[in-house]
Design a protein around this ligand. Structure first.
Ligand code: NAD
Length: 329
């Protein structure tokens, strides 16, 4: 790690601005989590529905006396200017029975309108994409924003990885923070559980189970992964949308960026030259810091995992090609 710069008490203070574009369920829940975290001193909300953004900003401002000091306002996209991070959560969400890929055409059209405005207002910031299908839209954002790839991040499988760790923790009766396991590939139906490096406090899961006198059953593991992969469908069927966990994941990514934590998180970034995968946005464990994507970790995979990742890359590539043919490069 490089040494921090010397503190200059006379240097002008720079407020830490975070912009949120799209203040529906995901964007506004993220803004609330961000406000409670105290990470940002300025939070600007932008939405095609200006009244909605205004209402969210007012409601959030009224939480400030219970939370942390911050300025919250609704504004045009040009207010992304100077934001350290702009989170984009604008666009259509899945309805019951819809896949994330069903949203691609509608949301790609919205991104073609939005992203150039964000990049023009804020060429030096980081864009964090949450809208689905997140890997395809993060790739599109990278292509049309002109920003370097390390400053365009998709929330990717940060949510799936949290679900995976939580379900494993529940099964093995440990704190999810002691479970280290990743979902790689697309945030979607072809995602890949990386069992080969999954561990609980450094012990391979089978060894942990044996030491704890617990059964270690492949059928249980398969069910844990299926519940991870299908969690969004299960939640949307019950309550119509998912937003708390993804919002918490977005806050975690923003924290790693603003505090230059160099935390390893499963997020989506431009992957090249990896098990035959090239020029596609997918999730791998990634070091995230002030520059955005600092490094992707090239996990050694089992043959089955590598083949699964090849399939997930194929799915992404097809969707990406479909929008790329229409995207100005
Ligand atoms: P929502 O319908 O509640 O909100 C979407 C918002 O986008 C609305 O307020 C709408 O006015 C706004 N919007 C639409 N077009 C716009 C434009 N051109 N400019 C600015 N704002 C615009 O949806 P939601 O539940 O908040 O979901 C938002 C997106 O996040 C969806 O694509 C959803 O699938 C995705 N999502 C991603 C994850 C993840 O893990 N990445 C998890 C949950 C949801």
């Amino acid at each position: 790690m490089t040494a921090p710069q010397a503190f200059d008490p006379l240097a002008p203070a720079h407020p830490t601005r975070v912009a949120v574009v799209g203040t529906g369920a995901v964007g506004s829940t993220f803004a609330f989590g961000l406000l409670l975290s105290g990470l940002a001193s300025e939070i600007v909300l932008s939405d095609a529905n200006e009244r909605k953004a205004e209402g969210e900003a007012m409601d959030l401002m009224h939480a400030v006396p219970f939370a942390r000091t911050a300025r919250v306002w609704a504004g045009p996209i040009s207010d992304c200017r100077g934001a350290a991070v702009t989170v984009i959560a604008a666009g259509a969400a899945q309805k019951p029975g819809e896949t994330r890929m069903d949203l691609v055409a509608k949301n790609a059209a919205i991104f073609r309108e939005l992203v150039p405005q964000v990049a023009e207002a804020n060429p030096d910031g980081i864009i964090l994409v949450a809208t689905n299908p997140v890997d395809v839209l993060a790739y599109l954002t990278y292509r049309i924003s002109g920003l370097p790839a390390e400053r365009v991040i998709g929330s990717g499988t940060i949510l799936d990885t949290a679900r995976f760790r939580m379900l494993l923790a529940d099964h093995y009766d440990v704190d999810p923070r002691s479970v280290h396991a990743h979902i790689a590939g697309e945030h979607g139906d072809s995602e890949v559980p990386v069992w080969s490096s999954a561990n609980i406090a450094g012990m391979p899961i089978g060894d942990f189970a044996t030491a704890a006198g617990m059964a270690h059953d492949d059928e249980d593991l398969r069910e844990i992964f299926e519940n991870t992969r299908d969690a969004a469908y299960q939640i949307i069927e019950r309550k119509g949308a998912t937003y708390y966990a993804v919002a918490a994941g977005l806050v975690r990514i923003v924290q790693a960026i603003l505090r230059d934590q160099k935390t390893v998180l499963s997020v989506s970034s431009l992957i090249g030259d990896y098990y035959g995968i090239d020029d596609v946005y997918l999730s791998l464990p990634t070091v995230v810091g002030r520059r955005g994507v600092e490094r992707t970790l090239r996990l050694g995979l089992s043959a089955e995992e590598a083949s699964g990742l090849g399939c997930t890359a194929g799915v992404r590539r097809e969707a990406t090609e479909a929008i790329r043919t229409r995207a100005p490069a």
